[in-house]
Design a protein around this ligand. Structure first.
Ligand SMILES: Nc1ncnc2c1ncn2[C@@H]1O[C@H](COP(=O)(O)OP(=O)(O)OP(=O)(O)O)[C@@H](O)[C@H]1O
Ligand SMILES: [Mg+2]
Length: 472
């Protein structure tokens, strides 16, 4: 029952039906064209013979043409006496005057209509049953003299050869066409089965993936056909799914881990504080330390919230015209105290027309994150430079944040924008980073249809470049 619903069955059925129609039309055409040409061939031959007999009968010495003469004429004209042809000559009243020897004592019958037609000078073709099982094709042609019928010539030819040939052809067609269809359906089913096998494989693998096994891939044998392309698209899709599943899992694990550390510290401090009565100063110190951990956790939670809402497309961007140089200058001013505290020189430069369209809060956060990183990863005595520059020719505004700090190795460069990625996990607690800052930067830049890139040399420093479309 299921087989009737499969594509391979339907394909084969269509194929066989169409082939059946083609083969039967072809057979019909073949049979009837051949029959027509064979019958016409017989008619032409007996007609030619009759014409010869008529013309020799009309010749001066032809009036009393005898049978031996007839046979002789035939031999003369056709080389050998044609087999299976019967000749009969009648007088004007329809009485038999002479016959070819092969007729022996038989007669070719002549009907009244034919006789009348002959008397009017007309030639008639008929198929008659005289002897044996095969019919005789007969032409009746008048011999005329001065427009008056003086006799009649009848030439007959057995249709045995024609009928036998046609019968044989019919039998061959009746066997060959169904046999061909049978072979075609077997072959068609085999081919359809073979061609559609990858589809079954895809279905099975999709089922396995549905039950949670994302390691599965379809083995692709023929890359360039339709199914090969389907399979490779499918594989790419699974690979993407697998990657994002893994990312989500890692993200959750990392997030819990990041929150666990400050919580453990907080808990330890509170437990120690509660062990015995302490002085006011001591409590203040513990609470101040608690506050530090709490702010750290709030920052992590804020960042996580920003990223997850960004992922879900829930963050709405304001579209305002913003002069980036002013925004950057504010950030620069705000960070002066931090820079001085670290003993790092923080410079600011701006150049040209730097208006962009975007969200001032997010763009501020972008510049702040990048500059903070510069300060964070530059030891005292170093330099950090923030530069905003408009490029009218290219229609962009560029923000450069360069530092003379620790730098990032080539292998880590690609990963700095990953969530929770930190080059030095151990040192990060001192610097207070969670590794979310650059992920947020990247998201902000992409949301503003811009690009972010980084160049760095270990021990020499790094430069982050943001390119945003210029608004004019
Ligand atoms: N200017 C820089 N110089 C050297 N390393 C850098 C610089 N900026 C970023 N990094 C490296 O890239 C990592 C990821 O940066 P990111 O800003 O995302 O996180 P973070 O600064 O550690 O934490 P957060 O910004 O979330 O507080 C950093 O931990 C640091 O190792
Ligand atoms: Mg950072």
């Amino acid at each position: 029952m299921m087989l009737f619903k499969t594509i391979k069955f339907k394909l084969t059925l269509w194929y066989v039906v169409i082939l059946g129609i083609i083969l039967s039309s072809f057979s019909f055409f073949l049979y009837f064209t051949l029959a027509d040409s064979l019958y016409t061939g017989v008619d032409n031959k007996i007609k030619t013979m009759a014409e010869i007999v008529v013309s020799s009968a009309r010749s001066p010495f032809g009036a009393g043409t005898s049978i031996t003469d007839l046979d002789q004429i035939m031999t003369e004209r056709f080389g050998i006496r044609p087999l299976g042809r019967f000749i009969q000559i009648l007088d004007e009243s329809g009485k038999v005057g002479g016959r070819s020897t092969n007729l022996r004592d038989m007669q070719i019958p002549i009907s009244v209509q034919t006789l009348t037609a002959a008397s009017k000078g007309k030639t008639t073709f008929e198929t008659v049953q005289v002897m044996g099982k095969y019919p005789l094709r007969v032409v009746t042609m008048p011999i005329t003299e001065n427009e008056r019928m003086v006799g009649i010539v009848q030439v007959g030819s057995s249709l045995e050869g024609v009928e036998e040939a046609l019968h044989e052809l019919l039998i061959i067609l009746l066997i060959a066409v169904p046999a061909a269809l049978l072979f075609a359906s077997a072959g068609g089913l085999f081919l359809a089965n073979k061609a559609l096998r990858p589809v079954d494989e895809i279905t099975q693998i999709a089922r396995r993936i549905g039950s949670g096994d994302l390691n599965q891939r379809i083995r692709i044998k023929r890359v360039n056909d339709e199914l090969g392309r389907l399979a490779s698209t499918f594989n790419e899709m699974i690979a993407k799914l697998e990657r994002s599943f893994r990312q989500v899992r890692r993200f959750t694990a990392d997030a819990s881990h990041e929150l666990k550390t400050p919580l453990t510290i907080l808990r330890g401090e509170v437990e120690v504080g509660l062990k015995k009565k302490r002085g006011m100063k001591e409590y203040q110190r513990i609470l101040a330390s608690n506050l530090e951990e709490i702010s750290r956790m709030s920052r992590i939670v804020d960042d996580l919230l920003t990223l997850s809402r960004a992922d879900m497309g829930e963050l709405t961007m304001v579209h305002e015209e913003i002069k980036l140089s002013s925004l950057a200058r504010e950030v620069w001013e705000d960070l002066q105290i931090l820079a001085q505290g670290k003993g790092v020189q923080l410079n600011f430069m701006d150049d040209g027309f730097t208006t962009v369209e975007g969200d001032p809060l997010f763009l501020r956060q972008l510049i702040l994150n990048l500059t903070e990183n510069g300060l964070k990863y530059t030891p005292s005595g170093g330099k950090v430079q923030l530069k905003v520059e408009g490029d009218r020719d290219q229609g962009v505004v560029r923000i450069f944040v360069s530092d003379t700090g620790v730098g990032i190795s080539q292998k880590d460069l690609k990963r700095v924008f990953d969530r929770f990625f930190r080059v030095d996990q151990a040192r990060s607690r001192e610097t207070g980073g969670t590794g979310l800052g650059l992920s947020i930067c990247q998201w902000i830049v992409h949301a503003h249809e811009g690009q972010i890139a980084v160049e760095s040399k270990v021990g020499k420093g790094s430069t982050f470049t943001v390119t945003l479309p210029l608004k004019d």
